[in-house]
Write a protein that binds this ligand. Sequence first.
Ligand code: AOF
Ligand code: ZN
Length: 365
Amino acid sequence: MTTSAVSPAEREAMRRAVELAGTRLGRTSPNPVVGCVVLAPDGTVVGEGFHKGAGHPHAEPEALAAAGDRARGATAVVTLEPCAHTGRTGPCADALLRAGVARVLYAVPDPNPGAAGGAERLRAAGVEVVGDVLREEAERVNELWLTAIRRGRPCVTWKFGGTLDGRSAAPDGTSRWITGPAAREDAHRLRASHDAVLVGSGTLRADDPHLGLRHGVPGEPPLRVVLDRTGSIPPGARVLDDTAPTLVAVGDSAPKPQLPGGHEVLVLPETGGRLDPAVLLDELYGRGLRSVLLEGGARLAADFAGRGLLDRVVAYVAPMLLGSGGRAVLDGFGAGTLTEGLRLHLDEVRRLGDDVRMVLRGRPL
Ligand code: AOF
Ligand code: ZN
C-alpha cells in the first residue's frame, strides 16, 4: 500500500469515527464533536473514543487509552486534525507520538488557528499522515461548529413548520397541528442538537412555548433565549419554568423584568427601536455557544434573514393549503425584485409521515 492509499477498513473506521462524533452533537460547545478509531496493522479495531465535551479529554487520548499497548504501530483514524496545542488538555499530536502510532488519517483540518498544526508535527516526527479522508461526511457532522468558527458567531438555523403555501397559522391563529407527529418529533431532536433556541416576544405571547426537550428525547436541554425588546415577558411564561435556564434579552430602554430564580436578563442596545440580532449572537458566542435554532416567529426569522444571518433552514412542509389571510412563515423581509430574493441551496429532502423535511443552506462559506 502506498503512503496515501486509504484501505476499505480505514474508510469504515472513519465512518465509525464520524458516527461516534455524532453521538455528542449539541453537548460539546464551545468544542467540536470528534471521534477516533485505532486500527491494528491487520485492520481490526483496537480502540474507540470520542470527545465528551469541553474540559474532557479529546477523542484521540480516549481511543488510545482504550487501545493500550496495541496502539504501537497502529493507525489512528480521527474526524478532525489532531490538535497541537495545550488548551484545557494536552496536544493530541504528542499523545499519538507517545503511543507509537505509525499512521494517522484525519478528515477535516482544524480551522481553529490556536489548535491547528498537529498534522505537520506528526509528519515531522516521521508518522504517515493523510488528510481529507471522508471529509464531506465529517464536515457534515461538525457543520454547526465549523460554520461558527469560520463566521466568528454561532451557526444560525431557522426551523419552521408550514403549509405548502408558506403559512404557519390560519387567520384565526389556529396552528395545531399543521405538520404531523413524525415531523414534530424530528423537530425535537433538532432542538437537542443545538446550544440555544431562540424565540421572539410575539411567539412567546401567541404560543407560550416551553422550548424544552420532550420526555424521551436524549440530550441536554439547550439554553432558551427570548428576544423581548420591551421586557414584557409575563412571569408565568412556561419558558420561565425550572427545567432549564432562560436568557431574556431586553432593550436598554425597557424596564428590567423580574424573573424567577435561575433565569437571566441580558440588556442589549436598541437601534431605531430594534434589537440587533448580531449583537445577541456576539454575546452568545462569547459565552461559548456555537449554534442557535430560531423557532419563531415570522418577524424574528425575517430580522435574521434580512441581515444575512441565516446559515441553514430546516423546513417541515405539510400537504395543506391555507391561502390568503393565513399567517406567513416569514414576515418583514421583503424582496422588491427577484434578484433581491434570498436564494438558498437545497441540501437534503426527506419524507416524514405525510410531511416533507427540507434542509437548506444560506450562502456558502
Ligand atoms: C482534537 N481532538 O477531540 C478535539 C479537538 O480547550 P481544549 O483543549 O479542549 O481544545 C479545544 C480545541 O481543540 C477546539 O477548539 C478544537 O480546535 C480542538 N478540538 N482537537 O485533536 C478533539 N475536541
Ligand atoms: Zn486534541
